[in-house]
Ligand binder design. Structure first.
Ligand code: AMP
Length: 397
């Protein structure tokens, strides 16, 4: 079956057409600056990327551009739209309503809309993408795959916050966790690569990108993760602070004469590696600044590593052991020094990274030595493939 995977943001839309029989990507691309002017990128497998400026006043126009490109007689990959068997959509927040992916119906969309408050920047954009596809492909089944769903297996003691319980029952304030599709894919792949029984393995996935989170996967289930009610919690990220003492918010508001929105803006957009280094949110810039002797850049990287070490250590304790630690996403896949710096802290449990094997970027590889008690891996994430697999599974059910 050919499955169109859509990841829709407020002004962007990423897409891939995947053949679920071979799991090959037939074409992929990106619509950007939707509602502003419009850039359209299309790449057929094995061909060069084509980028063009095409006005896209709304997401419906973007989806129609995608469909035109996919069926284009010269550069397309399908003859007719009827060849597309299903559409899989990434949806960021499914709250407690969705423990797994779901076929899109009018009824279930009400439950998705009810989660908008929990992810005001993401969910409304995801819904716009779903509606645009429904309008243009009314007879094609559509599936929603939630970032939060994989973490719905967390036990209550892990997801509950230490605040009055009524705020959980009244407002569903709790830890949800994100990047679930990535954590599920990477943990499954890790078990496959190592020949472990997924239902018995203890795996820690470090998804370290511009947004970053760690997940403890015990027996194929997420039992702990570092993001919270929102994706602001946990690790130090590109521009997000991650975990801080909540008291900082009041103190900072008073000192800088800010309202809550002002504080949140600092924590979401001006903190993390960007805020600490004063330079950039991109680790490539941080690494070159460190080489030039920039002290603040070094503080940013050291603090990032320290926080990752903290969470891995905690999650080993939560699972009472660990079989494998996998690194993924932009930084995790591409930064050997960071992986080495993190893993040095786990020599005490017998984890040994092989320096030569670790010299890799963006490839799937075991990077620990043969005698390492804990296996360490690089596993490039593939959220789109995971969305396509779930979509096919539900559509064929
Ligand atoms: P992601 O959000 O997964 O796309 O990750 C994006 C981040 O990965 C960028 O902001 C960079 O900080 C980081 N990254 C990408 N390539 C490299 C690299 N070669 N070395 C270090 N960091 C990298």
């Amino acid at each position: 079956m050919k499955i169109l995977v859509i990841n829709c943001g407020s002004s962007s839309l990423k897409y891939q057409l995947i053949d679920s029989d071979t799991e090959a990507v037939l074409a992929k691309g990106l619509c950007e600056r939707i509602g502003i002017d419009g850039m359209f990128t299309y790449q057929k497998a094995g061909c060069d990327k084509k980028v063009s400026q095409i006005d896209q006043p709304d997401h419906k126009k973007s989806v129609s551009l995608v469909l035109e490109a996919l069926t284009d007689p010269e550069n397309g990959v399908v003859k007719d739209l009827s060849e597309i068997g299903a559409v899989g959509h990434r949806v960021v927040h499914g709250g407690e309503a969705f423990e797994e992916s779901a076929i899109i119906t009018d009824e279930m969309m009400k439950a998705v809309e009810a989660c908008n408050d929990l992810a005001p920047l993401h969910n409304p954009a995801n819904i716009i993408g779903i509606n645009a596809c429904k309008e243009l492909m009314p007879n094609v089944p559509q599936v929603a795959v939630f970032d939060t769903a994989f973490h719905q297996t967390m036990p209550k003691e892990a997801f509950i916050y230490g605040i009055p319980y009524e705020y959980y029952t009244k407002y569903k304030i709790r830890k949800y966790g994100f990047h679930g599709t990535s954590h599920a894919y990477v943990s499954q792949r890790t078990a496959e690569i190592l020949g472990l029984d997924y239902k018995k393995a203890k795996i820690i996935v470090c998804h370290l990108g511009n947004g970053a989170s760690i997940c403890a996967v015990d027996g194929g289930k997420s039992v702990e993760t570092s993001m919270g009610l929102t994706p602001l919690m946990g690790l130090i990220m590109g521009t997000r602070s991650g975990e801080i003492d909540p008291g900082v918010m009041e103190y900072l508001a008073k000192k800088e004469n800010l309202d809550l929105e002002g504080v949140m803006n600092i924590l979401n957009k001006r903190s993390g590696v960007l805020g600490l280094s004063g330079l950039s949110s991109d680790f490539r810039d941080i690494d070159s600044a460190i080489e030039d002797g920039n002290e603040q850049a070094k503080v940013a990287k050291d603090a990032f590593v320290h926080r990752v070490v903290n969470y891995i250590g905690a999650y080993i304790a939560v699972m009472n052991g660990v079989d494998a630690i996998a690194f993924t996403a932009g930084v995790g896949e591409n930064d050997p020094d960071m992986r080495k710096d993190v893993m040095e802290h786990f020599a005490y449990i017998g984890a040994k990274v092989d320096e030569e094997l670790n010299k890799c970027r963006g490839v799937e590889r075991v990077i620990s030595t043969d005698d390492s008690a804990v296996k360490v891996l690089v596993v490039p994430t593939n959220e789109e493939l995971m969305i396509a697999r779930d979509t096919e599974r539900l559509v064929l059910k």
